[in-house]
Design a protein around this ligand. Structure first.
Ligand code: GLN
Length: 188
């Protein structure tokens, strides 16, 4: 199995560290020609979704990546990566890949309060540690979206077919569970 990591901005090195730890081969997507390589899963890291969205458009990566995801490519979006996947952003901001029928609220906990650590159950996989950094949360889910985790009554992790979106940073807590769920999908 080979992973591709979107490496335009943000916490992509942290994702790569996690893949190294798990012994998963990967390469970086930085420009259109990188998409000529074959890959089985895609990681969209944390960072600043507005910057990543702008670069995705400028580098002509938005449309081909959107198509791959819609065609079934397993994808994990963490934090800003989740925002990239969201079909709708509250406050009427422009959406990006928009492959997942969820409404996401950015910087949802206030500027500094958005950074905290907790533990909560993740799907059927038991409790996992969750690190939130200026995190979004999911305000509304559309049909077919499975809620994987909630913290204080707010949805923080979802799955929609081949797509997993988490508002926290599994790579910063060394949580393999979330990646394992993604890789299982690639094995199907
Ligand atoms: N606040 C960032 C955004 O809106 C997300 C933060 C993160 O990825 N840790 O894009």
């Amino acid at each position: 199995m080979k992973a591709a990591v979107l490496a335009l901005q943000g916490a992509f090195a942290e994702q790569e560290h996690m893949l190294d730890e798990m012994g998963v081969e990967y390469f970086e997507i930085r420009q259109e020609t990188d998409l000529q390589q074959e890959f089985d899963v895609l990681l969209l890291p944390g960072g600043e979704s507005t910057v990543m969205g702008k670069l995705l458009r400028e580098l002509n990566l938005l449309v081909p990546l959107k198509k791959k995801i819609e065609d079934g490519l397993p994808v994990l979006g963490t934090c800003a990566g989740l925002i990239l996947l969201a079909g709708e952003l509250s406050d009427g901001e422009a959406h990006h890949l928009a492959t997942m029928p969820v409404t996401v609220k950015r910087n949802a906990y206030g500027r500094q309060l958005g950074s905290f650590r907790t533990t909560a159950p993740f799907g059927d996989r038991g409790e996992i540690p969750m690190v939130f950094i200026r995190a979004p949360y999911i305000g509304r889910v559309g049909e077919g979206v499975e809620i994987l985790a909630e913290v204080d009554g707010r949805i923080v992790a979802v799955r929609y077919g081949n797509q997993i979106g988490v508002a926290f940073h599994p790579e910063l807590a060394g949580v393999r569970t979330v990646y394992e769920m993604l890789f299982e999908r690639a094995g199907e």
